[in-house]
Design a protein around this ligand. Structure first.
Ligand SMILES: Nc1nc2c(ncn2[C@@H]2O[C@H](COP(=O)(O)OP(=O)(O)OP(=O)(O)O)[C@@H](O)[C@H]2O)c(=O)[nH]1
Ligand SMILES: [Mg+2]
Length: 525
């Protein structure tokens, strides 16, 4: 028996932890009233288990005049409760105790100050409730409160009113999970002819089955003649002696709360998430456009060529280059500050918005509402940060702009040597020209074949400079393209990270929250 109790409690513990987590996960996503009720169950369970588990609180509930107080008196063996001809009679719940030791805090929590010790031992606390269908509001409130917290429910019906919608619709249908914590008593069977009793009981069982309470014990009794009361007493004693009714009641409550959570989550069916990678591409394309990545990439290629020409061009003309601004520096891609990249156009912003929504739609696919909309919302939740994050990603990406290929220096030096040669030829010719102008005798000019050396130096130097500049330009063009490709890859990775952090991760986290919620709800239920 002890082992059984331990097991029931351990399973209740697990279910409570699961329900508490499910409620936390559902917070802000599902109907707050349902989430609140789940939390109430967790809190109530914590309270109930801290009170006496040696006692079992059993409530007699039913319509006015069904005979609750009469049964209460009959089981107690004395006239504790007033049995009235005028309806309703009982207005405050009262308790009969078998074995009162340690029951005080439990009764305080139940809110039942009126107590009578009627016997020793079993730990039964029998409660006589007011009428649930009362014309007096306070009666109904008292009944609702106690029906919600007691360990075991005994529904007392009578042959006249056992089919009344009030008890079936308001209470029994909602207690489908509480089958093990419930007895149904058809009182006043002394008022029925013998053959009608069985028919009446069968009819009642049929109604209970419709309520979802198939298998709940149904006993025919008469508080007046005492018929059936020993069976009722035995059934109660059996439940009470196990001392597990409280745990079973809470387990049923946890299950009911889990069912309600599951229902508001559209059934909380298991669900396989989409792999993230499928989502990255379209988003990152839109983000790249908005972050002016193509423009930066083009500028990187241009800047490479610009700098190459400045370093390797023909020195006679390359100073013109210096007058033109560096295409990359113009974008002010500083590691610290903001860039001077053009703001995204309305079209680009719309494309980003669409791509973000597409991520939300893809991640929420297959999820029931309202969680699906929570996922869609999560995908958009950090959209405001995208602009700055993209700017930062582009500004801090390593573009390799400061890298200067070694051949630039070599060619640069060569260019100066070639220019020097050209200048030497020019000066030589100038000297010869000056001597001729002053009619002075010219020294003999050495020749290469037919051509005089100074002319060879001047023309040769110029031609070589231009040819070297041209070849360098071709090589720089290819180099620019290669660097642009590399930068495009770097930027693409940086942009991907932004999209992942600000769009995909929040959406997937919300999706993961749902997956966890389904798992927790099913553990609780
Ligand atoms: N014939 C017959 N009458 C009964 C039986 N049980 C109760 N009564 C009568 O039914 C009437 C109502 O009984 P109560 O015990 O006061 O009913 P109750 O359910 O406590 O009513 P409230 O306190 O108003 O909710 C009384 O006149 C009882 O004498 C029974 O088994 N047979
Ligand atoms: Mg009464």
């Amino acid at each position: 028996m002890k082992l059984l109790r331990g097991k029931a409690e351990a399973s209740l513990d697990d279910r409570l932890v699961a329900l508490a987590e499910a409620a936390d996960l559902a917070d802000g996503r599902l109907d707050q009233a349902v989430v609140g009720r789940a939390r109430d169950v967790v809190a109530r369970a914590g309270m109930r288990r801290s009170l006496s588990v040696e006692h079992t609180a059993v409530a007699l509930a039913g319509a006015t005049g069904s005979g609750k107080s009469s049964i209460f008196n009959a089981l107690a063996g004395r006239e504790l409760a007033e049995v009235g001809a005028t309806r309703p009679t009982t207005s405050k719940a009262q308790a009969a105790l078998w074995g009162p030791d340690g029951s005080g805090p439990l009764l305080d929590w139940l809110g039942v100050p009126l107590r009578h010790v009627v016997g020793e031992g079993s730990g039964l606390i029998l409660l006589d409730l007011p009428d649930h269908d009362s014309i007096v509001l306070s009666h109904r409130l008292e009944v609702d409160r106690l029906v919600g917290v007691v360990d075991l429910l005994v529904w007392v019906l009578d042959p006249q009113k056992y089919a009344d919608a009030a008890v079936h619709e308001r209470y029994l249908k909602a207690l489908g999970r509480h089958r093990d914590n419930m007895l149904v008593v058809l009182n006043q069977i002394d008022r029925l002819p013998e053959r009608a009793i069985r028919r009446c009981l069968d009819d009642l069982r049929g109604l209970l089955a419709v309520d979802g309470l198939e298998g709940v014990p149904v006993l025919g009794v008469s508080a007046r003649t005492g018929q059936g009361l020993p069976d009722l007493r035995t059934a109660l004693d059996r439940k009470v002696s196990r001392r597990t009714a409280w745990a079973a009641r809470l387990t049923a409550d946890v299950g009911t709360a889990a069912d309600a959570l599951s229902e508001t989550a559209g059934g909380a069916t298991a669900f396989t998430p989409v792999p993230q990678t499928a989502l990255v591409c379209p988003l990152s394309r839109a983000l790249s456009e908005a972050a002016a990545v193509p423009l930066v990439v083009r500028a990187v290629a241009k800047a490479h060529r610009h700098r190459a020409v400045a370093a390797t061009g023909w020195p006679v003309t390359r100073w013109v280059r210096g007058l033109r601004p560096d295409p990359l520096r113009r974008l002010h891609l500083s590691r610290k500050g903001r860039t001077s990249l053009p703001a995204p156009t309305a079209v680009q912003l719309t494309m980003v918005d669409t791509a973000v929504r597409d991520v939300g739609a893809a991640v929420s696919e297959g999820l029931p509402e309202p969680w699906a909309s929570a996922v869609r919302h999560a995908a958009r939740s950090r959209s405001d940060e995208l602009g700055d994050a993209l700017d930062r990603a582009v500004a801090t990406a390593s573009l390799g702009a400061s890298k200067k290929p070694r051949w630039w220096r070599v060619i640069g030096t060569l260019q100066w040597m070639v220019t020097g040669t050209m200048a030497a030829g020019a000066l030589w010719l100038l000297a010869l020209f000056a001597l001729g102008y002053l009619l002075l005798p010219k020294p003999p000019t050495p020749t290469v074949g037919q051509a005089p050396w100074p002319t060879v130096l001047l023309v040769g130097g110029a031609v070589a400079g231009v040819v070297i500049a041209f070849v360098s330009r071709v090589v720089a063009w290819i180099g620019g393209r290669r660097r642009a490709r590399k930068v495009a890859k770097t930027l693409r990775a940086a942009i991907d990270r932004v999209g992942e952090e600000l769009v995909i991760t929040p959406a997937c986290a919300e999706q993961g929250r749902y997956v966890r919620f389904v798992d927790r709800v099913s553990s609780a239920g």
